[in-house]
Design a protein around this ligand. Structure first.
Ligand SMILES: [Zn+2]
Ligand SMILES: [Zn+2]
Ligand SMILES: [Zn+2]
Ligand SMILES: [Zn+2]
Length: 361
């Protein structure tokens, strides 16, 4: 029983983690090298790389988590590699519910699209495999987006992946060259972008594909919405004043960024403090609240109401008022499905089923 509660990882598990990550980077490298001549293998290998990164993170938590049926896992078979391992769908669920380091909706959707293309390649056929130019563009778009998302994930999972910074930078460089395939698409949009600019629309450099095609729109005076005309990357942004120097910064997709002027390192608390600065607590209406828990990132009171749009100061997911409700068990506001919250709980509690009194019944 000891090995299960022992937080110190058995040496062979640490070794397995490193081997899986090395393998993932090898697949990234191969996928990018072979794109010109063998786009089909590029799709398959890129997908394999992403899947391996997810598995590595599960493996770090506990070796049984990468096995489809953990209840039948034995360390002997694990060492021999004799087991069926999880796919991206299973990995998502386990990362969320067990590791508590879930993927965002945008990340998961992006990886699922890669899975879908990969499956069509392997089990049927795919137009991209015969070198159709627009299909090739679509593949590059997907790979740029997936790399953008996985780079963010590496930052979040810094503890696990800090030893791989050099490799990440190396793949990042190759990805920059890879974006060249989208140049024709960007040039074709030139006139359109020019027209939109003349109407006052702002464009910035897209963090996924690197072209100046990231169109900015505002939902209200603080929340921004971005979409890339080339690669369709989307992000939510927030205009937040720096707590040190007062200069307004546009934060993209996440709070972690250095202030344009003084270099202050923003975090979710700065964002939340800024968004709630005008809130006045009303003792006649103690139930009124402008903070809720976020079910997307498991954030505790991270979702803030900004002029009828709710936005999470940690993951920047936005919600309408009807997406936010009161948990029937703990009484706090939360996003997510609260239909069974009396028993199942919300983003911040485990409901009646998880309570000590229920367990002791
Ligand atoms: Zn883009
Ligand atoms: Zn500043
Ligand atoms: Zn969130
Ligand atoms: Zn609750």
């Amino acid at each position: 029983m000891d090995s299960i509660v022992n937080l110190k990882k058995p040496k062979q598990v640490k070794n397995a983690f490193d081997l899986v990550v090395e393998n993932a980077f090898d697949f990234f490298q191969k996928a990018l090298e072979e794109f010109d001549k063998e786009p089909k293998y590029s799709v398959i290998h890129f997908h394999a790389a992403i899947e391996l990164i997810m598995k590595a993170r599960l493996l770090w938590e506990h070796w049984t988590l990468i096995i489809t049926r953990p209840e039948s896992a034995t360390l002997k078979n694990f060492r021999l590699g004799d087991f069926q391992s999880v796919c991206i769908r299973d990995a998502k669920v386990r990362l969320e519910s067990i590791v508590q380091e879930g993927l965002s909706k945008a990340e998961y959707d992006c990886f699922l699209r890669l899975s879908d293309h990969r499956n069509r390649m392997v089990h049927f056929y795919h137009p991209g495999s015969i070198g159709n130019k627009s299909e090739l563009e679509k593949i590059v778009v997907e790979q740029c987006l997936a790399w953008y998302h996985v780079s963010r994930i590496f930052e979040r999972w810094n503890e696990q992946f800090q030893g791989y910074k050099k490799k990440i930078v190396k793949i990042d460089k190759v990805m920059h060259k890879h974006r060249e395939y989208l140049k024709a698409k960007f040039l074709a949009l030139g006139e359109d972008i020019k027209n939109r600019k003349s109407r006052g629309i702002l464009f910035s450099v897209c963090p996924a594909c690197g072209f100046k095609s990231f169109e900015e729109a505002s939902i209200n005076e603080l929340i921004l919405y971005y979409e890339c005309l080339v690669c369709k990357a989307r992000e939510t942004g927030l205009k937040v004043d720096c707590p040190k120097c007062g200069v307004e910064n546009k934060l993209l997709g996440e709070p972690y960024r250095n202030c344009d002027k003084c270099g202050h390192k923003f975090d979710e608390n700065d964002v939340q403090t800024f968004l709630t600065k005008d809130f006045v607590y009303d003792k006649h209406d103690p139930d009124r609240s402008i903070v809720a828990h976020c079910h997307e990132c498991n954030g505790y009171e991270t979702v803030v109401n900004v002029n009828d749009t709710w936005i999470c100061s940690q993951c920047f997911e936005t919600y309408d008022s009807e997406d936010v409700g009161r948990c029937d068990w703990c009484g706090s506001l939360s996003t997510g499905d609260l239909g069974d919250s009396l028993f199942e709980g919300c983003a911040a509690c485990d409901g009646k089923f998880g309570s000590d009194s229920f367990k002791n019944e």
